[in-house]
Design a protein around this ligand. Structure first.
Ligand code: GRF
Length: 197
């Protein structure tokens, strides 16, 4: 059984989808939900499901990214995770932190990587006149929103879509894609899962 720690910054809808799927013959189980924001709504949702939680307020560390990460590492290492899942985690991690979990850290990003790494992905896809958008699950490497692709799901961009319309359509796919990829990842599978269509 693989131990999974999940890092969140907000409501944690992706964390919920992952946790709800980690039952039965799933090769993984959640052991910690941690956040850079003590007020992240996902922390209460995780605690309500009996999952250990931790929070380190990154604002207390100013520009000292290493100091923040050292504090965040404590509860993470105490939980002894085999796999780390970033799920709506909005802090850029240093190469040192990533190196500790390289090859066992996943992230979900709301675009069809390698297109649109970074923020405001839906507005950028709409502005570019793209006909489709989607989400990607990848292994985390030191380069932001880079790393080997493990899953993708494509959705159409419809005439008149606002970024919020598109975000809502993509989020539905995120909640299907991330759990499906983690199930395979937990079994050592590394191929690309395409949930489109
Ligand atoms: C969502 O915009 C999602 O696309 C991205 O992180 C944001 C918040 O996700 N992965 P969550 O609801 O906190 O999981």
């Amino acid at each position: 059984m693989k131990r999974v720690a999940i890092l969140i910054s907000g409501g944690g809808s992706n964390m919920l989808a992952l946790v709800r799927d980690m039952v039965g013959d799933h090769p993984c189980r959640p052991v910690l939900v941690a956040s850079n924001d003590p007020k992240a709504g996902g922390l209460a949702r995780a605690a309500a499901m009996g999952i250990a939680t931790a929070a380190v307020d990154h604002r207390l560390y100013g520009r000292d990214r290493a100091g923040f990460e050292a504090a965040l590492l404590e509860p993470i290492l105490a939980a002894a995770p085999d796999i780390l899942c970033l799920a709506g985690f909005m802090r850029v991690l240093t190469p040192d932190f990533v190196a500790r979990f390289e090859g066992r850290m996943l992230n979900i990003h709301p675009s069809l990587l390698p297109k649109y790494p970074g923020l405001h992905t839906h507005a950028r896809a709409i502005a570019a006149g793209d006909s489709e958008a989607g989400c990607s699950v990848h292994e985390v490497t030191a380069a932001l929103d880079d790393g080997p692709l493990l899953g993708r799901a494509v959705v159409p961009i419809l005439p008149g879509d606002t970024p919020d319309d598109l975000a809502a359509r993509v989020l539905v796919q995120e909640h299907k894609l991330y759990p499906a990829v983690l199930r395979r990842y937990g079994r050592g599978e590394r191929g690309l899962l395409d949930l489109t269509g």
